[in-house]
Design a protein around this ligand. Structure first.
Ligand code: AMP
Length: 389
């Protein structure tokens, strides 16, 4: 099946046309900077495009995507549309898009204020151009809905969970689901007898404990701010720090929001960049704060992985994925060094060669297994869409 996968973000629309049979993208691209200095960059079978474009809202961005697909003679081959949705609230699996689903997504805007309205608009606009095609919503939170209450509840009054559904939801679920299924396949094990920890490390990062193919705990929480230190996000911090900054510096809610979401993480610690490539390069050249940022990132990740291990009877493999997980030799090395108590002994050559010769495994034979698996969220969204329609 040929599926148009749409990822409507806060200020961008990413897309891919996926052929699920051959597991390839026939065309992919993005419209970014919606509202200011719009830009389209896309490639298709006929010709690529990379130019400025006036896109005041998401509606014009979807129009631009379908126009490009028409030019690439792909518009008529698309059989269904799959949407990536950041927050699924109550949904425990992918859903066929109906007006009720769109209305529910809008109703939980407060859970992910920048994303949910964009997703709902994306679905409505797509319906205008593809009125006869089925659409499916694939939620980042859905895979984590199997967590038990002891993992998803916060230690705050229970009524806040009951009345307002404040709980750990977890994110990057599509990626954790994809790489855990791939790991089970590569390890040649049965899902019912496999226990994994998956670490999705990119601009946003999260780790998850996977028991018998199901998520039993994860590091992201009510929002994607919780858990690990990220590019510009702080990850978990003592909430009293926010009260303290309010009282000492007069920071209000908006200022604090910006501080922990946009000015913290690798950027805040290093004072240099949120990009792991810049951080590791600067650290190797002796930049002290880059070194600190790298150490904090890797130590906190190892500490969280140690915590997630408590959710499992054993760990068959630790899986690295995402831009950093798949590409940073240094991060993998430091994380596994921090985790030597769990029996990891990295093979430096396999780590550099991305473990290509050994099903992605980067640890020495006989030691605990760590492996690299490239994530493919678009493919999983397309495959879910195919199953649902
Ligand atoms: P993602 O959000 O999955 O696209 O990942 C983005 C992150 O991956 C950024 O922090 C990049 O610096 C990082 N990244 C990409 N390539 C490399 C690399 N070769 N080495 C280290 N980090 C990388």
């Amino acid at each position: 099946m040929k599926v148009l996968v749409l990822n409507c973000g806060s200020s961008s629309v990413k897309y891919a046309v996926i052929d699920t049979k051959n597991k390839i993208a026939l065309s992919s691209g993005l419209v970014e900077n919606i509202g200011v200095n719009g830009h389209i960059k896309a490639k298709g079978p006929i010709n690529p495009i990379d130019e400025s474009l006036d896109v005041p809202t998401h509606a014009e961005a979807i129009f631009a995507v379908q126009k490009y697909l028409k030019e690439q003679e792909l518009i008529d081959v698309i059989e269904a549309i799959g949407h990536r949705v950041v927050h699924g609230g109550k949904y425990v699996k992918s859903e066929l898009v109906t007006q009720e689903v769109i209305d529910y997504i809008r109703s939980i805007t407060l859970y992910a204020p920048l994303h949910e309205p964009a997703h709902a608009t994306g679905m409505e606009e797509a319906k205008k151009y593809f009125p006869n095609l089925p659409q499916v919503a694939v939620f980042d939170t859905a895979f984590h809905q199997t967590m038990p209450p002891k993992a998803f509840l916060y230690g705050i009054p229970y009524e806040i969970y009951q009345d307002l559904k404040v709980r750990r939801y977890g994110f990057h679920g599509t990626s954790h689901r994809y790489v855990s299924a791939e790991a089970i396949r590569l390890l040649n094990q049965k899902a019912e007898d496999t226990y994994l920890i998956t670490a999705h490390l990119g601009n946003g990062s999260s780790a998850a404990a996977i028991s018998q193919g199901q998520c039993v705990d994860t590091t992201m929480g009510f929002t994607p701010l919780d858990g690990l230190v990220m590019g510009t996000r702080s990850g978990s911090i003592d909430p009293a720090i926010l009260f303290f900054l309010n009282k000492t510096l007069g920071y209000d809610i908006d200022r604090l929001d910006k501080l922990v979401n946009k000015e913290s993480g690798l950027l805040g610690l290093s004072g240099l960049s949120n990009d792991m490539r810049t951080i590791t390069q600067a650290a190797s050249e002796g930049h002290q704060r880059a070194k600190i940022a790298l150490e904090v990132f890797c130590y906190k990740l190892a500490r969280e992985i140690g915590g997630l291990a408590m959710a499992l009877p054993r760990i068959d493999a630790l899986v690295f994925t995402g831009g950093i997980g798949e590409n940073s030799v240094v991060v993998r090395e430091l994380v596994l060094k921090n985790l030597s108590i769990l029996g990891y002994d990295i093979d430096p050559e396999k780590n550099v060669n991305h473990g290509k010769k050994s099903s992605g495994i980067i640890t020495k034979d006989g030691s605990a297994k760590a492996m690299i698996i490239a994530t493919n969220e678009e493919l999983l969204i397309a495959m879910d869409t195919e199953v649902m329609v």
